[in-house]
Design a protein around this ligand. Structure first.
Ligand code: UD1
Length: 365
């Protein structure tokens, strides 16, 4: 059988990174299979992204669902061990920093199967974030590491990772954004959410912000302060929804809490926003390319290039209202241009390296 590439995806932020890579490999007629772990399973957290991004139906859905970190990661590992034995992939590609990423990298390595990590080398240097643990472990195990920004190479070198395994390819999440830009319709988003005049968008789902009642109250207080300046639409991740609503998020008529949005609806809304307040990783990158000011409610970011080259700024809850005011009155300087290689061609670069690696692994690193 021809050499097969297996892509493992599971959670919402994986899908927009995987689509350009899968499509570029498809154009090169490389045999591939897509395994969905089922970490995310709601229509609006998963299926809508497959449809809108033109992803193929998964060849296999492991259906693991939610659980504690150990329960979820272990369930994915058990199922993947069986799947890899049956499908016999030559290369396993994992994306980002979610539990599905970590689980796949560990299983693949223990079976002696080569692994490629897309979005390698990002570091928040904060091991209280589950994603940071997933990144560090995945990178140390990966055979091919595809990076989105120059500082990722520095981070990997500091951890002793052989630079011949590391390839700076740009940002496949931005490939998806560039490919779909024409579909991001601000007027449609305004009509759908009944918005007249300037508006902001907020998203909140980090455990550090939404799992603890005291922190949830601080965050809700900060967001309500921003809503006094500009009405906010908040598509709310299911995680933490109850906690944030208990802290009073839904009680403000200037805050429109809605269910999670699909890819096109969400980025249509963001494209027209005067500002975004978020604790997401990917949204820091998407706002950078769309030129929309982003206030990130976190003490650190694994994506510092969105600050040095983009529209992002880290803010504490008590700083967010002043920062939003500065954005809205135009006194926050806006940087020019996108980070290097965030140009819509990262998937092609990855596919080209994968193709060469399949032909001669030792020659690629
Ligand atoms: C995961 C990622 C996080 C990413 C986020 C994007 C890890 C460790 N975290 O966090 O990095 O930013 O995805 O969405 O992998 N739930 C649903 N429906 C779903 C999925 C989840 O209701 O389709 C609810 C469940 O209550 C679940 C909770 O959300 O327990 C958390 O889901 P989980 O996959 O554990 O982590 P996320 O918070 O989504």
């Amino acid at each position: 059988m021809a050499e097969t590439v297996a892509h493992v995806v599971g959670a919402r932020p994986n899908f927009m990174k995987a689509a350009p890579v899968i499509q570029a490999l498809e154009r090169r007629h490389v045999p591939q299979v897509v395994i969905h772990t089922g970490q995310h399973y709601d229509e609006q957290m998963s299926d809508v992204f497959f449809r809108e991004l033109g992803l193929p139906e998964p060849d296999l859905n492991l259906g693991v669902g939610s659980g504690s970190h150990a329960v979820q990661t272990a369930a994915i590992m058990v199922e993947l061990e069986r799947a890899f034995a049956r499908l016999d992939p030559t290369l396993i590609v994992v994306y980002g920093d979610v539990n599905s990423t970590l689980a796949a990298a560990v299983v693949a390595s223990k079976l002696g199967r080569p692994t490629a990590h897309v979005e390698a080398g990002l570091r928040s240097f904060d091991r209280t974030m589950p994603e940071e643990i997933n990144r560090v472990v995945t990178d140390v195990l990966a055979d091919l590491l595809f990076t989105t920004s120059p500082e990722a190479e520095t981070n990997l070198a500091r951890e002793g990772i052989d630079p011949s395994r590391v390839h700076f390819v740009g940002n496949p999440m931005i490939d998806s954004l560039v490919a779909n830009l024409d579909r991001f319709d601000v007027a449609a988003a305004r009509a759908r959410h009944g918005l007249i005049g300037p508006y902001g968008v907020a998203t909140l789902h980090r455990p550090a912000n939404v799992d603890d009642p005291a922190m949830a109250r601080r965050i809700v207080g900060a967001v309500r302060g921003v809503a006094e300046l500009v009405p906010l639409v908040i598509p709310l991740h299911p995680r933490g929804r109850a906690m944030l609503e208990a802290a009073g998020l839904g009680d403000d008529p200037r805050i429109h809490v809605v269910d999670p949005l699909g890819y096109v609806d969400f980025l249509s809304l963001v494209r027209g926003a005067a500002l975004v307040v978020t604790d997401s990783g990917g949204i820091q990158e998407e706002t950078t390319v769309l030129g929309v000011p982003c206030l990130t409610l976190r003490p650190n970011t694994e994506r510092p290039i969105t600050i040095s080259h983009g529209t992002n700024r880290l803010v504490e809850p008590h700083e967010v209202v002043a920062a939003a005011r500065a954005v809205l009155d135009g006194s926050q300087p806006m940087p020019a241009g996108a980070p290097p290689l965030w140009d819509g061609a990262a998937g092609e670069r990855i596919a080209s390296i994968v193709e060469r690696w399949l032909a001669a692994p030792a020659a690629v690193g």
